[in-house]
Design a protein around this ligand. Structure first.
Ligand SMILES: [Zn+2]
Length: 208
């Protein structure tokens, strides 16, 4: 999916799910810092509570921290009431860290027929992606770049992971770390500046 642009400059969004992770999030942050790019992190709320310094570091570096889930379970395998409770709990956790989430990427991006309504009730905007690196499979940088390059352009949203979620087929996120620099270079060749998704689509928080 592609979002309509709300900002003047062409943009693309780098997004990272399933963190924060004490081994990999700092390395992703370093990689982003080296190329001067800002991104959006869709966090698992209990991990954000457990690694609150990582969340602070992420925000301090100018990135966005948004909501992924409390429990990483497909909405289609839960009741609406369960997902409402999961979302409420997760948003409260993020609020305790000073974060008013505006964007929501449900686990695996899978929505139930009522997910959109839960999002609206919770003041969240659903955030999918348009270019999937499939980094969770443990693919190499050339494989991932080759997969997403045809999909990159104005308004593209790239899916990556700074943590090892359920069913990840790799033991570390080295290749995602290594992907950041060439991916950002390719986006800039295309004239698109990596921009936090909320900023790009006009959902940024006041004071963020
Ligand atoms: Zn996930």
């Amino acid at each position: 999916m592609r979002f309509a642009a709300r900002c003047i400059s062409p943009w693309a969004a780098l997004t990272f799910d399933d963190g924060p992770n004490p081994s990999w999030t700092p390395r992703i942050l370093d990689a982003l810092d080296r190329v001067g790019a800002r991104a959006t992190f869709f966090v698992i709320a209990p991990l954000a509570l457990e690694h609150r310094q990582l969340v602070s570091d992420t925000l301090d570096a100018g990135h966005e921290v948004e909501f992924h889930c409390t429990e990483h379970v497909r909405h289609t395998r839960r009741s609406r009431r369960e997902v409402e409770a999961d979302t409420h709990e997760g948003l409260q956790s993020l609020q305790s860290l000073g974060i008013e989430a505006r964007l929501w990427r449900p686990p695996w991006g899978i929505c139930a027929p009522w997910t959109q309504e839960v999002a609206q009730e919770s003041g969240l905007r659903l955030a999918s992606w348009s270019a999937d690196t499939k980094d969770w499979r443990g693919d190499t940088v050339p494989e991932m770049l080759g997969r997403v390059e045809p999909l990159l352009g104005q308004g593209s949203v790239v899916l990556m992971h700074d943590g090892l979620g359920p069913r990840a087929r790799r033991t570390g996120c080295e290749e995602t770390v290594a992907l950041v620099e060439p991916l950002v270079a390719r986006l800039r060749e295309l004239g698109c500046e990596p921009t936090p998704l909320g900023v790009a689509v006009g959902e940024q928080r006041v004071g963020a």
